[in-house]
Design a protein around this ligand. Structure first.
Ligand SMILES: Cc1cc2nc3c(=O)[nH]c(=O)nc-3n(C[C@H](O)[C@H](O)[C@H](O)COP(=O)(O)O)c2cc1C
Length: 213
């Protein structure tokens, strides 16, 4: 029988570093990633937990230039639309934010939930069906950490029309888009979120996130 590993203080410190240095990346170098690394990241992502062991995640590598351009154009249109929700100084600041690295990231990875999967036979999701897409989010975060551990950055783009992206990628009918990820080597490394650095949103303290009963 394989012995479980021992996670010592050194490992815990490194894990803390990984969590602190994981960032949403929008500024990518254009150099290609090593052959097979996206597949390795997906292998690690699918070690994530899923409701009833449903494993509802489905990944699509998007390498076709026409499809990538179509997704990027959709982002530009959706972002212009989102800008209209803001006024004055906030609109100016919004317009100055960089909210995707779709134009430079060497890899695009779309992550879907398969709403029709029978894996897990429905365990755990009768009362909370939303746990199916939650499971896919767990895989996305696992991939994010696995990437950062290899000095690779991930940026999540949600400023997209999910139905349009599904059509561009010719995804099966029963799938819904959960995340569209840009993946590549980051141009710069930071411990603070870009939106904090550019004055859009401060870090909320633990006191506003943790309720005691
Ligand atoms: C569900 C989700 C959707 C997101 N969508 C976008 C997006 O469309 N564009 C963007 O620039 N960042 C997006 N992000 C990244 C967040 O803005 C980022 O995680 C947050 O500002 C905190 O920064 P950090 O990830 O570097 O800690 C998204 C993150 C999540 C979890």
């Amino acid at each position: 029988m394989t012995q479980p590993p021992e996670f010592d203080d050194t490992f815990r410190e490194r894990l803390h570093d990984l969590l602190v240095w994981r960032r949403d990346v929008r500024r990518f170098r254009t150099d290609v990633l090593p052959q097979g690394v996206v597949e390795t990241l997906v292998d690690e992502a699918i070690l994530a937990p899923s409701v009833g062991y449903s494993q509802p995640w489905r990944f699509v590598t998007v390498r076709n230039p026409a499809r990538r351009t179509a997704v990027y154009k959709n982002f530009l249109a959706c972002n212009r639309d989102a800008l209209e929700d803001y006024k004055g100084e906030q609109a100016k600041l919004y317009a100055s934010l960089k909210l995707s690295g779709l134009d430079t990231a060497p890899e695009h990875l779309a992550v879907f939930v398969d709403n029709a999967t029978n894996s897990g036979h429905g365990v755990g999701r009768k009362t909370m069906p939303e746990t199916l897409p939650y499971s896919v989010v767990m895989a996305v975060h696992t991939l994010w950490l696995a990437a950062r551990a290899r000095d690779i950055g991930v940026g999540w783009v949600s400023i997209l029309d999910s139905e349009r992206v599904k059509a561009i990628l010719e995804a099966p009918e029963d799938w819904s888009l959960v995340a569209y990820l840009c993946i590549g080597y980051p141009e710069e490394e930071h411990t603070d979120p870009e939106l904090e650095r550019y004055g859009w949103q401060d870090h909320d303290p633990q006191s506003s996130a943790l309720l005691k009963r």
